[in-house]
Design a binder for this molecule. Structure first.
Ligand SMILES: [Zn+2]
Length: 460
């Protein structure tokens, strides 16, 4: 167990949230949906959304380019946000429908005192009393109750950046995309605008490739980071690695911990257990370990696309019955470590597809043994998303849905996620993300930041 982490961040009023886990919606108010509420780009206090009532939407609600937005605000107007996303279909009395995104729905069940939000995405699917969904700011703000775990997948155009917002107000960021400020700013937008957090409590760097560690120094300049976790000594060289390691030298050296398999991070009901790091694997296995009948048919792929990939820090995040597996860019042969001859992790509910869906990873021995209900692929339009990876995923027993951050330009429809579950279609790219809200009862809901549409699943 790691030492106690930094003081609670301040992203959320839900520290005092008194609402139920799913925040019962109030009585739909008398507000009549407007046909095209327009949220002003300067819509401080939610703008004057026409249509749908008094609309005091998110305090930071800038509707972006979207019309719509803060319809369905105070007074519980059941307002529809502007085109094309509906907002606040059940915004409760006193609640706020939130800022409708460019195309997203908001506040489908914003409860009393709650607040939907999200510039680009659906928000507040179940905002509890006192809770706060994502305010304007992109990424598909998922509303959440004070007791929920939230996960965000930020679009880094084929890199990786995954954010976990814990029920007790901590923010864990796993990788920060590519070198420079673009991806770092996208991560920071979620942390500061949607989560209202003052800091990142834990920054996990899975490995030192530029599409994972590259954005970290810039992110550190945008949001204070309390603690860094990584696999230790780099096995490659490069400026991205140098710039990252520079964070830990000098008088203002940051706090860094090298992860060993078996180490845990606990945040209330959320527990992260590290299962891989620096080429080592958790031993003994997790209590959820299961036999793996597929190992006998394993094939080998020796290409690792850089020796940093198999060093990836991997973890399983457990929250009640819910399990989320993120193994970074662990490559095909290295994937056998955690799952053969015994699957040391066990069955999971949600799987972040290894290595952006490249066919150097996601072997059947891994995927079909952890057997996720839902897979999220952090690919780019031309990075990752190999056709054979889609085949492996679609053949995975029990898989209900596959979500993909980008339509893969080179693939046919059969080797892409369904359009409804794809965040970014063809250009121009709007950097839409995905978000998930995981309730303590095991229900988890993913939302597409582009459409605002959500789907719910039940953890096993
Ligand atoms: Zn990568």
């Amino acid at each position: 167990m790691f030492a106690a982490l930094a003081a609670a961040s301040t992203w959320c009023a839900c520290g005092q949230g008194k609402g139920g886990a799913t925040g019962a919606a109030g009585v739909p108010g008398p507000g009549t949906a407007g046909s095209m509420g327009s949220a002003g780009t300067t819509a401080s206090g939610g703008g004057t959304a026409s249509g749908g009532g008094t609309a005091s939407g998110g305090s930071t609600a800038s509707g972006g380019t979207a019309s719509g937005g803060t319809v369905g605000g105070n007074g519980g107007g059941a307002g529809a946000a502007g085109t094309p996303g509906a907002a606040g279909t059940l915004a409760a009395t006193g609640g706020r429908g939130g800022a409708g995104g460019t195309s997203g729905a908001a506040g489908t069940m914003a409860a009393t005192g709650g607040r939907g939000g999200g510039t680009t995405g659906a928000a507040g699917t179940a905002v509890a009393s006192g809770g706060r969904g994502g305010a304007a700011g992109g990424g598909g703000g998922a509303g959440g109750s004070s007791a929920a775990l939230r996960i965000f997948w930020v679009d880094t155009e084929g890199g990786a950046a995954t954010i976990l917002a814990t029920p007790d107000g901590k923010v864990v960021v796993v990788d920060a995309g590519n070198t420079g400020t673009r991806d770092a700013q996208r991560v920071a937008d979620v942390v500061t605008n949607q989560l209202k957090a003052a800091r990142i409590d834990v920054m996990i760097v899975t490995h030192y490739h530029t599409d994972h560690v590259g954005g970290v120094p810039a992110l550190a300049g945008l949001v204070p980071i309390s603690q860094y976790l990584d696999h230790g000594t780099p096995v490659e060289t490069g400026s991205a690695i140098d710039n990252y390691l520079a964070l830990f030298s000098g008088t203002a050296a940051a706090s860094r911990t090298v992860v060993k398999p078996g180490a845990k991070l606990a945040f209330g009901a959320l527990e992260l257990t590290f299962v891989t790091s620096a080429g080592a694997v958790i031993d003994p296995p997790l209590p959820t370990a299961v036999a793996n009948a597929t190992c006998g048919s394993a094939t080998s792929k020796s290409n690792v696309a850089g020796v940093e990939n198999p060093m990836s820090v991997g973890f399983v995040a457990q929250f009640g019955k819910f399990d989320f597996l993120d193994l970074g860019d662990l490559t095909w042969n290295a994937e056998q470590m955690p799952v053969c001859p015994t699957n040391r992790v066990g069955v999971v509910d949600l799987y972040q597809v290894n290595h952006h869906g490249l066919d150097l990873s996601s072997s059947p021995q891994l995927v079909h043994s952890v057997a996720p209900l839902v897979a999220v692929m952090n690919n780019g339009a031309s990075k990752g998303g190999s056709a054979s990876t889609f085949d492996v995923l679609r053949a995975s027993p029990g898989l209900q849905d596959l979500w993909s951050l980008h339509r893969v330009t080179a693939n046919d429809a059969a080797h892409n996620a369904d359009e409804a579950l794809t965040a970014n279609l063809d250009t121009p790219d709007r950097a839409y993300g995905f978000s998930a809200v995981i309730d303590p009862n095991g229900t988890f809901t993913l939302t597409n930041g582009r459409t605002g549409a959500s789907r719910s699943y039940q953890s096993r």
